[in-house]
Design a binder for this molecule. Sequence first.
Ligand SMILES: Nc1ncnc2c1ncn2[C@@H]1O[C@H](COP(=O)(O)OP(=O)(O)OP(=O)(O)O)[C@@H](O)[C@H]1O
Ligand SMILES: [Mg+2]
Length: 454
Amino acid sequence: MRTEVLLGAAGAIAAVPTAALLLLLGTGAAAPGPALVALAATLAASLGLGAVFARDLFLLAETLRHAAQENATALSHAAAAPRLPPMERIGLGIERLARSLAARAAEVGRLLRANEAIVENLPDPLLVLGGDRKPLRANAAARTAYGADMPAVLRHPGMRAAIDRAFDTGARQFTELSVPVPVPREVHATVIVMDPPLPDGARAIVVLSDRTRERALERMRADFIANASHELRTPLASLIGFIETLQGPAADDLPAQRRFLAIMAEQASRMNRLIDDLLSLSRIEMNEHQPPSARVDLGALATKVVAGFEPAAASRRVVLDLQVATGLPMAVADADQVAQVLQNLVDNALKYGREGGRVQVGLALAPGGGRWPARPGVLLTVGDDGPGIPRQHVPRLTERFYRVDAGRSRRAGGTGLGLAIVKHIVNRHRGHLAIDSEEGHGAVFSVWLPAGHK
Ligand SMILES: Nc1ncnc2c1ncn2[C@@H]1O[C@H](COP(=O)(O)OP(=O)(O)OP(=O)(O)O)[C@@H](O)[C@H]1O
Ligand SMILES: [Mg+2]
């Protein structure tokens, strides 16, 4: 169709001088011989010029077509071709324009892809909602965290209310949710309305930040303060009670005074122990990010610690046995802290193990792999043949103040911080702690510590 128009234009250009000559011939103003020659020459020239013109126009049309299709290679071939200088300039102009448009389109494409990559890789789950308030897409974090439960999360009454408020007011909305699926989570949700909407119909984005860990930490901190105050208040209340008794009813009762003072000394030293444990816990926590670098001979260290427990073991008629594997490498450790780990574990084994039983302390080269790291390590184990620990308590034993039988632990002078201290020391050593116990068959506490060179 376009070609026909171009040929028509070429025909029209050729027709003008021809028509003029025919007019001159017809009116007799020109002699037929030369006029016919002139006519033939004019016709030939007009047709030649028309053909070049038509070809150039055709090429320009082609250039435009390629420009519209953003076909850069075809574009340069076509643009170089027009012969008439003005046509050539128009062609080059079209080409430049098309090239700059194509470059800009490529830039926009790159920006879009970069933006999509940012959204896709954001660590927080993000959902994009359409005008119907239904999800259009979700980033990788959202797909991983919620998967098929995404619609259920959006149906949560708190979430729905926040989305409705955001759509109604156009302002950013926040809400805190307890999401039960796929696993219970505490979520801080932010709804942001897009104004104007995005070209793909996106009207709002919902960011779901997981706050489960923070909430648990907040609860733990509050629990810790409550527990520490409670642990201190009990002996303090008893001390105050005895002081009042000594000042009043027992003011002149010497035997009673002696008895009460002994109890008071016991309570005061209990408070002292608790404060010591709390302080050492906070000291360990403070440099937990700094692993120790000293080389420690665990065999010699264990021999000394175990010897210190002989009297306690004898009083419970417990056989305390230490086995150190030969050729054991040095451990990369803090000697005082490892001694504290061993003390807390042996103390527990003697306290909670069987009276007249056996406590075994072992030091061996750790088998690389399986439940232990593949790199070289030393395995310290403390096992007893006591009543063991019911399965449901095992994961919580290292929590501060957690005791299986609080009354028994308190009577034995325990603060409930021993295993919490062990856990933090092991963490500082970049080690591992495992607790294995079967009810009625004792408990084994294993500590993996990194080995250094001999
Ligand atoms: N070998 C064991 N056998 C049975 N139960 C144990 C054993 N070791 C620890 N437990 C249980 O784990 C609880 C926590 O132990 P942890 O050492 O942290 O505190 P504690 O012994 O009560 O007090 P502390 O160690 O501060 O004197 C104990 O109260 C006890 O119930
Ligand atoms: Mg203990």
